[in-house]
Design a protein. Structure first.
Length: 170
């Protein structure tokens, strides 16, 4: 018998599997670090709050979607955050990022439009951009409670990864 969470998550996956999922910068960095080196997830400064098992849950979830949707602002944050890596780790990460970017569907809104969002002052440029683009009927995957709450208020499909994170513990 499916739990309420299973039904909710399953419904979102069925609804958006062919459209894709828009992943925020925090989770995208976890996904990319984990795909490069699963054991590095808990060592990298911007993913260390996650375990390798939680990366596995994230990776399995994301693979259910035909495409990953992103924005220039998200990619800029990921690129900047990766600067905490050093030496070969940074070189390998940026090479992988370049390959991954070529597989993503990039969507954008002009910054002049994004700053008109009522969420810009509270959430910043990247998250306000996510809100604008997600209005096109996208699912947003995030671990950011403020972003998730803002999207829920305007009835945008959003999944706070912390709702499925416990699957790594079962």
């Amino acid at each position: 018998m499916l739990t309420e969470l299973d039904e909710y998550v399953g419904g979102l996956v069925r609804k958006h599997a062919s459209r894709g999922v828009l992943i925020d910068a925090n989770l995208l960095i976890v996904l990319l670090i984990g795909r490069q080196d699963r054991s590095a997830v808990s060592r990298f400064p911007h993913s260390k709050e996650y375990t390798a098992a939680e990366f596995d849950v994230l990776d399995r979830f994301v693979r259910r979607f035909r495409r990953i949707i992103t924005t220039p602002h998200i990619l800029t944050e990921v690129s900047n955050l990766s600067g905490k890596l050093r030496g070969d780790d940074l070189t390998l990460f940026r090479a992988m990022l370049a390959q991954e970017i070529c597989q993503y569907e990039e969507r954008q809104r002009a910054a002049q439009e994004v700053v008109q969002s009522p969420y810009f002052a509270k959430l910043g440029l990247t998250d306000a951009g996510i809100e604008r683009i997600a209005r096109d009927g996208l699912l947003v995957l995030t671990d950011d409670l403020a972003l998730a709450g803002a999207l829920e208020k305007v009835r945008i499909d959003v999944l706070n990864f912390n709702r499925i994170r416990p699957l790594a513990w079962s």
